[in-house]
Write a protein that binds this ligand. Structure first.
Ligand SMILES: [Zn+2]
Length: 124
């Protein structure tokens, strides 16, 4: 384990912001935010040119239970050229106003996930 260093005020403030954000997330969003998406194949096919003819490139879309989609553009050798996420069907998933969740702020997600699990176990 890395040595524990003192957190800056900015890090402490962001931790609290992320914790508040995580408190408001649905169960599925919190799972995806904390442990990563659970991708399932959605659709795949050849990329078509402007006139509708198939090219040598491929496109595959994956979808998670949280409704976030990931679309990958692959070359003819199936190497991923571009990968992008689509959050349009997952309102509230993005961290608008609090920025990216990185570093120690990820611990805020784990904290909320663990506290919810304990609360659910105690209620059962
Ligand atoms: Zn997800």
């Amino acid at each position: 384990m890395p040595p524990r260093r003192r957190l800056t005020q900015t890090e402490q403030d962001h931790f609290v912001e992320v914790e508040t954000f995580a408190d408001g997330l649905s169960k599925q969003y919190l799972l995806c935010r904390t442990y990563g998406h659970s991708w399932q194949p959605h659709r795949a096919g050849r990329v078509r040119d402007v006139s509708g003819h198939p090219t040598a490139a491929w496109e595959q879309t994956l979808r998670c239970k949280c409704r976030v989609k990931r679309t990958m553009l692959l070359n003819s050798e199936f190497d991923i050229v571009v990968s992008k996420h689509d959050y349009r069907d997952a309102p509230g998933y993005l961290t608008e106003g609090i920025g990216r969740i990185t570093g120690h702020s990820k611990a805020a997600l784990r904290k909320v996930a663990i506290m919810r699990l304990i609360a659910a176990e105690e209620a059962a």
